[in-house]
Design a protein around this ligand. Structure first.
Ligand SMILES: Cc1cc2nc3c(=O)[nH]c(=O)nc-3n(C[C@H](O)[C@H](O)[C@H](O)COP(=O)(O)O)c2cc1C
Length: 312
């Protein structure tokens, strides 16, 4: 096939294509896991993304890693980790590259690390169990549990060489690879950024998140320092008037009705989410023995939803 298509070149897709054939923006995460002696080790990871974001019994992340890394072995043994998101200081990224050098044992890596470790919330809430410590300098931390039963991976054990058969998406997935679906147990956030999430964002109060460019060559990783993010307002919902919401609300549940004022509060909800939002309101009404949802009820429901979003 020709490598010239209009203004684009057709690149060969090879192993680690996201680094070797692409520029791929990613986070920089120090994954803390438990060593066999109960101490905490850190490994550097970027291939780590939200996996279950809604509609499941839990929320989950997906981590892709080398199956003979310290991190993979620790997850196979102890099932716990914390995803520590670091900010963009050069010294932190330099340390991530040092801790990202394959083959170093945890005790070698950890004796001179600049990252400080402290107990996370899981350790405080479950004093009888042991959890990996979290990185004090991180701006946010997800404390996670590997869901080993998914894809039948619960019997995967640490081995020197991994032979087939391999799992499709969880546990040991190839001769060299592993994937871990990680339930998000707690999200911990530094107070100043918790304020951003709760009170609304201004340009200046985002964490300084580095962007790992994916692309790397033989001698270097490449990353971008933070720049204040730009605001792009979501377009106003076009033309959904209250009669559309009224019509939809009449078809959700025969026993629950909405007043026109209640429906008026929902005209800005995008059409694709309207039924889901109405269903949520109906669920609340049934729990509370209400058959006609009014604007006042909508205020209560909205307050409850925003409290839940804040983890309250
Ligand atoms: C910024 C950065 C991002 C990395 N991302 C990944 C990744 O997503 N997956 C992976 O397998 N290795 C990744 N590596 C390489 C690992 O850090 C390396 O395999 C290291 O040995 C892992 O440490 P561990 O053995 O203590 O787990 C990355 C390295 C750096 C510096």
């Amino acid at each position: 096939m020709s490598d010239q298509i209009s203004s684009f070149k057709n690149l060969r897709i090879v192993d680690n294509f996201y680094q070797t054939s692409a520029f791929y923006p990613m986070p920089t995460i120090m994954v803390s896991t438990l060593c066999e002696d109960g101490t905490t080790s850190l490994g550097s990871y970027s291939l780590c993304f939200p996996y279950y974001v809604a509609g499941k019994d839990y929320y989950a992340m997906l981590l892709c890693c080398r199956n003979n890394s310290n991190t993979a072995e620790a997850l196979l043994r102890k099932n716990k980790c914390a995803l520590n998101f670091i900010s963009d200081e050069r010294k932190y990224f330099r340390e991530a590259v040092r801790l990202g050098y394959p083959g170093d044992k945890p005790e070698e890596k950890m004796k001179s690390t600049i990252f400080q470790l402290e107990e996370g919330l899981m350790a405080r809430e479950n004093p009888d169990s042991v959890f990996p410590k979290i990185v004090s300098q991180a701006f946010q931390v997800f404390e996670c549990t590997w869901m080993k039963e998914l894809d039948g991976a619960e019997n995967d054990r640490v081995q020197e060489f991994y032979k087939p058969p391999y799992h499709d998406f969880n546990g040991i997935t190839s001769e060299t690879g592993a994937h871990f679906i990680l339930r998000v147990d707690r999200i911990l956030m530094k107070e100043e950024f918790q304020n951003t999430i709760i009170n609304g964002s201004k340009r200046g109060n985002f964490p300084s998140v580095p962007v790992d460019y994916g692309y790397r060559d033989n001698s270097s990783f490449w990353y971008m320092r933070h720049r204040p993010p730009l605001r792009e307002p979501i377009p106003e919902t076009k033309g959904v008037d209250v009669s559309v919401v009224m019509h939809a609300s009449e078809r959700i549940d025969p026993d629950i009705r909405f007043t026109e004022e209640a429906c008026a509060g929902l005209v800005k909800v995008p059409r694709v989410f309207l039924n889901r939002v109405l269903t949520g309101c109906v669920g609340w009404a049934k729990e509370n023995g209400i058959s006609l949802i009014t604007a006042e009820h909508m205020t209560i429901i909205n307050d409850k939803r925003s409290k839940e979003r804040r983890g309250g």
